[in-house]
Structures are given as structure tokens and as C-alpha cells.
Design a protein around this ligand. Structure first.
Ligand code: AMP
Length: 284
């Protein structure tokens, strides 16, 4: 039975009733749950005795021209999935409860948030770090699981936790994909049939670059060009970025060296923005 906690007061009461020895595993989400989310919840269950998910479509992390109003919200189906997975609790707050009127305090990471999605979506990571720290303060988890699908989000949250001494262990869960390679995303439902057919090229471009790297190509610009050439196979794909970056700082690199690299791509298909990435191992 999944307990549904609909506001901060209910969450606090639930959390206070817990024995100090019970480890809490937490998975924050925006809902429209799919197998990617469920795999993170399975990892949280392995790491802790009590598992809690949150569903909150966080307005602070959406830009003015983004998809906040049309973001899918199939809450009944989500609750059924959490029940079936044996998740102990769901935090399902309202916007008013999370952001009292006049809230004027925000959390900002200023390095890792800069490039890639940070450059394309001003204010996005400030919204993410603010809501995630608020959720951590309420849930007080021992472990929180985030998806490698949002690699930059993972890196930003790991920094925030380190820099602000937040007492939580961050675990990264691997990307869950469709059979044809498309990374699962709540936004995939927006794709037209034609765009859905073209979408696996994102993953194919990452694989092509990983193969080129394995075959000896280490030049970052040459690797990115290989990725872009794969995406050029479909004119439906409008690339925002295709980048080879340091795996931790996400800073620019010219050569893939011993630290390996994060390959990261973002593209629009129609009005839908998709991201994907692949971590190249170190040469060591
Ligand atoms: P969202 O609901 O999109 O905010 O995602 C909630 C969490 O699920 C984030 O940590 C995401 O990185 C993670 N996630 C989303 N898609 C996937 C996927 N295909 N595989 C693994 N984790 C995912």
C-alpha cells in the first residue's frame, strides 16, 4: 500500500514517525512514470528499507516557452505503478504548498550548470537545484537515485550536495531504453509517428562516436562531427548541441584522454526536445 502524502505537513509527520535506524531511499520525479523511473525506484529499494517517490511538475525549472502546461499528468496510472512496485510512499504536493507566495530564496550551482542544457535553458538548473534541495530537506533521505539520462542534472546535484554538505548519498541509475535505442522519456508521447521513427538516431549517433573512439579517434571535434553526420540522416532532427565534454566538470575538452568523456546530444523533433548521452570510459 503506497501512502499518498499530499502536503509538507503530511510528509513531515510520516518522516517523524520513522525510526532513526530506518534508511530512506528517495526518487524525485515529474510523473508520467515509465520503466526508467521504475528502475530508479528498484535501485532505491535495494539501497534502503523505506522507499519514497515524489511527483511534482516543478514550474521553476520550465522556461516561458517550454511545455509546463502540456506536460503529461496521468496521476491515477502513476499511483497504480507505484503500488505495483511496492513503493512505500508518494509525496504529491501542490505548487502552492511547495512555493509559498513571495518565496525569494533559490539555490544556484554556477559551474556545471553553465554549458549544454544550461546554456539552452536559462534558469532551468536553478529551478532543479532549488526544488531538489527543498525536497531533500522535507524527505531527509539517506539515498537519492537520479537517472544518468539527465547526466548534467546528476552532475549539478552531486556538486550541490558536496558544496552545501547535504547529508544524502546520490546514486546514478543507468539509462533505460526502448528496443530501438530511444531513451525512455515522459516527453516521447509528444512525438508524431514520423518523429518517433527518426528519434533512435540520437542513440545511434552516440554509438557511432563510441565506436570511432574505440577505433582510435580521440579528437573531440572529429568525434562530434561523426555524431552530427549520423543525425543529418534525418531532416526532421534539429540539433541543439552535440558535445564531447569532461565527464565531471562538463567543461570543454579538445581530446578524449584518461578521464574519458561525456557525449551529450540535444535535438528538437517537431516541438519536442529530446536529450541523450553516453559516458565514454577512461583510457586507463
Ligand atoms: P523526470 O520525471 O523526467 O524529472 O525524471 C525523474 C528521474 O527519472 C530523473 O532522475 C531522470 O533522470 C530519470 N529518468 C528519466 N528517464 C530515464 C531513463 N530513460 N532511464 C533512467 N532514468 C530516467
Amino acid at each position: 500500500m503506497t501512502i499518498i502524502l499530499r502536503d509538507k505537513a503530511a510528509l513531515r509527520a510520516w518522516r517523524l514517525a520513522m525510526a532513526p535506524s530506518q534508511r530512506v531511499g528517495f526518487v524525485p520525479t515529474m510523473g508520467a512514470l515509465h520503466q526508467g523511473h521504475m528502475s530508479l525506484l528498484a535501485q532505491a529499494r535495494e539501497a534502503a528499507e523505506v522507499t519514497i517517490a515524489s511527483i511534482f511538475v516543478n514550474p521553476l525549472q520550465f522556461g516561458p516557452n517550454e511545455d509546463l502546461s502540456r506536460y503529461p499528468r496521468p496521476i491515477e496510472a502513476d499511483i497504480e505503478k507505484l503500488e505495483a512496485a511496492g513503493v512505500d510512499a508518494l509525496f504529491l504536493p501542490s505548487v502552492e504548498d511547495m512555493y509559498p507566495e513571495g518565496a525569494s530564496t533559490f539555490v544556484e550551482e554556477t559551474l556545471v550548470s553553465g554549458p549544454l542544457c544550461g546554456a539552452m535553458r536559462p534558469g532551468h538548473f536553478r529551478g532543479v537545484t532549488t526544488v531538489v534541495l527543498k525536497l531533500f530537506n522535507l524527505v531527509q533521505p539517506h539515498v537519492a537515485v537520479f537517472g544518468q539520462k539527465d547526466a548534467q542534472q546528476c552532475a549539478v546535484i552531486e556538486r550541490m550536495v558536496r558544496d552545501l554538505n547535504v547529508p544524502v548519498t546520490i546514486v546514478r541509475g543507468p539509462i533505460v531504453r526502448e528496443a530501438d535505442g530511444l531513451a525512455l522519456s515522459s516527453r516521447n508521447v509528444y512525438l508524431s509517428a514520423e518523429d518517433r521513427a527518426a528519434a533512435p538516431l540520437l542513440h545511434k549517433s552516440l554509438q557511432a562516436v563510441a565506436a570511432a573512439h574505440a577505433a582510435g579517434e580521440h579528437d573531440a571535434a572529429a568525434l562530434a562531427a561523426i555524431g552530427l553526420a549520423v543525425l543529418a540522416q534525418s531532416e526532421r532532427i534539429k540539433v541543439q548541441y552535440w558535445e564531447v565534454r569532461d565527464p565531471e566538470s562538463l567543461g570543454a575538452i579538445t581530446t578524449v584522454g584518461a578521464r574519458g568523456a561525456l557525449l551529450a546530444v540535444a535535438a528538437h523533433l517537431g516541438t519536442t526536445r529530446l536529450i541523450d548521452n553516453l559516458l565514454l570510459g577512461s583510457d586507463a
